[in-house]
Ligand binder design. Structure first.
Ligand SMILES: *Cc1c(COP(=O)(O)O)cnc(C)c1O
Length: 358
């Protein structure tokens, strides 16, 4: 893949206080773009100054939501290197999303090259503070013009980057979670296992209602019986019950998180039994009553590991770890972030450096 590079002559000023970055609010100087036309394939890979896109109002994505995305980060190590965490996993997952939404795949190497090249060009934007990072958002959308419902013949693939602060400015803060027993996020045959914007559009209402009640996220149950736990907002969720770890299997309705997968590998290395099977919310609430619900945590690229201190289901509250971060949750957070920010050795081969091409 040949990438044509046009540098901006109006570099934006970068925020000085990295503790005030927030998440996904400001963007770097450049973006990656590539076009797809049926019969031609992907073409015109380019890096250009970050700017608004101009699209036709009858563009398919605006009406029928044919759109997918990825989320990943670039981390700066203490010795100034910039590195990615398992970027090829994002590339493979993006292609799985393409398949489900009838969109054209991108070769894994091209995806990773595009990310590396863009991050290298906007390298100064990668924050210097441990816990802060450059959030990378690759996304693809349909650009055919016309209101007929069919797979588009034209697409744009774009990558933008947002320097983002440590997810928890005040340290790892345990959150309260509302177990949603009315709305659902997915069901077998739907798109729950892929990263498409439509999944989020359908989930906003439940999230807003939960937020009004003082919860930070919604825990989704399975779409058929509303009985088994699936995942949380934009995170997978794991439960430590009586010494063992339980999490929903990623078959069909649950997004296969890369953080989840990495956490499971580490937990198994540390000798924990990890059970990827359906787990009923009733059994979790019972474990809490019996004092056996030891730790609960979410996993996802943005927060890495997010401790849960309370689950509310049908008016009953399960309190976890006395509202504190459980020791295993803390160990996982420390290990994953240590590998990502380069303070711990990468024994798993998960780190990919972004070479300086100048
Ligand atoms: C992105 C995402 C996750 C987490 O995936 P990671 O690869 O760990 O960032 C979990 N659930 C949903 C719904 C997601 O969109």
């Amino acid at each position: 893949m040949d990438i044509k590079i046009t540098l901006t002559n109006q570099r934006k000023s970068r925020p000085e206080d990295e503790s005030k970055l927030g998440f996904g609010k400001i963007f770097t100087d450049h973006m990656f773009l590539m076009d797809y036309d049926e019969g031609i394939g992907w073409h015109d890979a380019r890096i250009v100054p970050y700017a608004p896109l101009s699209i036709d109002p009858a563009c398919v994505v605006l009406h029928y939501a044919q759109e997918i995305f990825e989320g990943m980060k670039a981390y700066r190590t203490a010795d100034g290197k910039v590195q990615l965490f398992r970027p090829e996993c994002n590339a493979v997952r993006m292609n799985d999303s393409c398949d489900r939404l009838c969109m054209p795949k991108i070769p894994v190497d091209d995806f990773v090259t595009a990310v590396k090249t863009l991050v290298d060009i906007d390298r100064e934007w990668v924050p210097h503070t441990y816990g802060a990072s450059l959030y990378i958002r690759p996304f693809m959308f349909a650009t055919d013009v016309g209101l007929g419902v069919h797979a588009s013949k034209k697409y744009i693939f774009c990558i933008i980057c947002a320097p983002s602060g440590a997810y928890y400015a005040a340290g790892l803060a345990p959150v309260r979670i509302y177990v949603e027993d009315d709305y659902i996020r997915s069901a077998p045959g739907l798109t729950g296992a892929v990263k498409c914007g439509g999944n989020y559009a359908a989930s906003i209402k439940a999230g807003e209602l939960a937020e009004k009640l003082g919860f930070s996220q919604v825990l989704w149950l399975d779409g058929i019986e509303k009985k088994y736990v699936e995942e949380v907002g934009a995170m997978n969720i794991l439960f430590k019950i009586d010494g063992k770890i339980y999490t929903a299997p990623t078959v069909g309705t649950v997004l296969p998180g890369i953080t989840r997968r990495s956490a499971i590998e580490l937990l198994r290395d540390w000798g924990y039994e990890v059970i990827e099977d359906r787990l009923a919310i009733d059994d979790i609430m019972q474990a809490a009553r019996d004092g056996k619900l030891e730790e609960v945590f979410g996993t996802g690229t943005a927060a890495v590991v997010s401790p849960v201190k309370e689950l509310d289901y049908k008016g009953e509250a399960a309190h976890i770890s006395d509202g504190k971060i459980g020791p295993l949750t803390q160990k996982l957070y420390d290990t994953l972030t240590g590998i990502q920010w380069g303070t711990l050795p990468d024994q798993k081969g998960w780190i990919v450096e972004v070479p300086e091409l100048g």
